[in-house]
Design a protein around this ligand. Structure first.
Ligand code: GNR
Ligand code: NI
Length: 174
């Protein structure tokens, strides 16, 4: 398992639409392992494959805070079967949008279908933080980031800040 570099906004790859996986094999499992390691190393609770540069419809999650009781979840080719009309709001962050947070409303409950780590078809009803997180990750598969839900002004201020930080850190490296 390898910790990979997480792409940050602005980056064209993050805006790419991820492609369905046609078979969950060794390569896909290796990718999921690397995604999980990368996510744990960054102290995130979810990660989409595109965040480490692979435009595949794969998501990993682990909502547990306690390292001793890890509960990794894997979702391949997830699709939403139904979503509640009722919304819930969470303060969201994103490893690809470092140090930025905003309250985002999304359907409170969702029902999804996906393939698990072993390529088996599964159904899941999710609510609360799990539902929010799955939707946040599924947005990544469409090239959508949570800042896209903010006003144009807020969004452009965040992107401007992130691009400045990027040129700064690149200057240090060079
Ligand atoms: O680590 C993360 N925390 C988080 C908090 C609220 C809503 C969504 C998330 S996902 C985020 C990790 C990430 O960027 N996944 O794509
Ligand atoms: Ni994210």
């Amino acid at each position: 398992m390898t910790v990979k570099t997480i792409l940050t906004e602005p980056n064209k790859l993050l805006r790419q639409i991820s492609q369905p996986v046609d078979h969950v094999g060794e390569n896909e499992q290796k990718l999921m392992d690397d995604m999980l390691e990368t996510m744990y190393a960054a102290k995130g609770i979810g990660l989409a494959a595109i965040q480490i540069g692979f435009p595949k419809r794969i998501i990993v999650l682990d909502l547990t805070k306690d390292k001793a009781e890890r509960n990794p979840m894997y979702f391949v080719n997830p699709t939403i079967h139904s979503k509640a009309t009722e919304q819930s709001t969470y303060e969201e962050g994103c490893l690809s949008v470092p140090d930025q947070f905003a309250e985002i409303s999304r359907p409170k409950q969702i029902e999804i279908e996906y393939l698990d780590y072993h390529g088996e078809k599964k159904l899941l009803k999710a609510e609360g933080l799990l539902a929010t997180c799955i939707q946040h990750e599924m947005d990544h598969l469409e090239g959508i980031l949570f800042i896209d839900y903010l006003s144009k002004l807020k969004k452009s201020m965040i992107i401007k800040k992130l691009s400045k930080q990027k040129t700064k850190s690149e200057r240090i490296v060079v």
